[in-house]
Design a binder for this molecule. Structure first.
Ligand code: NAI
Length: 240
């Protein structure tokens, strides 16, 4: 059995790096036309069915403009993956307002603004799938990540609420909660943190971006047509 997304259009925020880049490649590999939306994209272009667009998901006006431009190009979304995310770690008694606001603004506010932008297209066509990239730390909490955990816990609650709102038009909304994945975001962390993640993962290895991309592919595919409002944990058993 293969998953064939030919004829569908997928928008992926945070598509320039790490997990988002793997999601872009996997969805394109399954036949979707993919739009990668990232603050890190410098040039707009399209190669091999992958369009890149510079977008800051914190900016509501930019989200609205990019959405209108893409729709005018015939790229209305069937799939949205909210992957753009940042960390600004620190224990709560030292956390600055700026670091609290920045993390909530990108990780939770970005997903809100993108979902608000695509919902009218999906509702009108009575189809669509949204996947929000949360984190196991949004479920269990994490020392030094009150802002990040709050953003990801909020994203999970957001996922469930929007799943209810969009169900009537058969638009499905789910979350993937990755454990520790080897990406530029985590490569900067000190070795003891990596060792702890490796020790927690009963499958004995750190996750790869492809592990998350495959879960996203399943959730946006017809194989998951009766799944909505769920959180799929992909963590090598870190949280069992
Ligand atoms: P990464 O740092 O490699 O990639 C994040 C991407 O988001 C970058 O390309 C960045 O330019 C983009 N981005 C940041 N702010 C943006 C903004 N304002 N507008 C548009 N794009 C923006 O990180 P990684 O590891 O690939 O993480 C991707 C997602 O997965 C994030 O939401 C992260 O919280 C989540 N995650 C990552 C885990 C890991 O272990 N790497 C574990 C659990 C969740």
């Amino acid at each position: 059995m293969t998953i064939d997304l030919t004829g569908s259009v997928a928008w992926v925020t945070g598509g320039a790096s790490g997990i988002g880049r793997a999601i872009v490649g996997t969805l394109a590999g399954a036949g979707a036309r993919v739009v990668s939306l990232d603050i890190g994209h410098r040039d707009a272009g399209e190669t091999d069915g992958i369009a890149t667009v510079a977008l800051d998901v914190r900016d509501p006006a930019a989200v609205a403009t990019v959405t209108a431009d893409l729709a005018a190009r015939g790229l209305e979304p069937d799939v949205l993956v909210n992957d753009a995310g940042i960390t600004r770690d620190g224990v709560v008694w030292k956390l600055s307002d700026a670091d609290w606001d920045a993390v909530l603004d990108v990780n939770l506010g970005g997903a809100f603004r993108m979902t608000r932008a695509v919902a009218p297209f999906m509702r009108a066509r009575r189809r669509g799938a949204i996947v929000n990239i949360a984190s196991i730390n949004g479920l269990r909490g994490k020392f030094g990540q009150a802002n990040y955990a709050a953003s990801k816990g909020g994203l999970i609650a957001f996922t469930r609420a929007v799943a209810k709102e969009l169900a009537r038009e058969r638009v499905r909304v789910n979350a993937v909660a990755p454990g520790f994945i080897d990406t530029p975001m985590t490569r900067a962390l000190p070795e003891p943190v990596l060792a702890q993640a490796r020790a927690e993962a009963v499958l004995g290895r750190l996750g790869d971006p492809a592990d998350i991309a495959h879960a996203v592919l399943f959730l946006v595919s017809p194989l998951a047509s009766h799944i909505t409002g769920q959180v799929l944990v992909v963590d090598g058993g870190q949280t069992i």
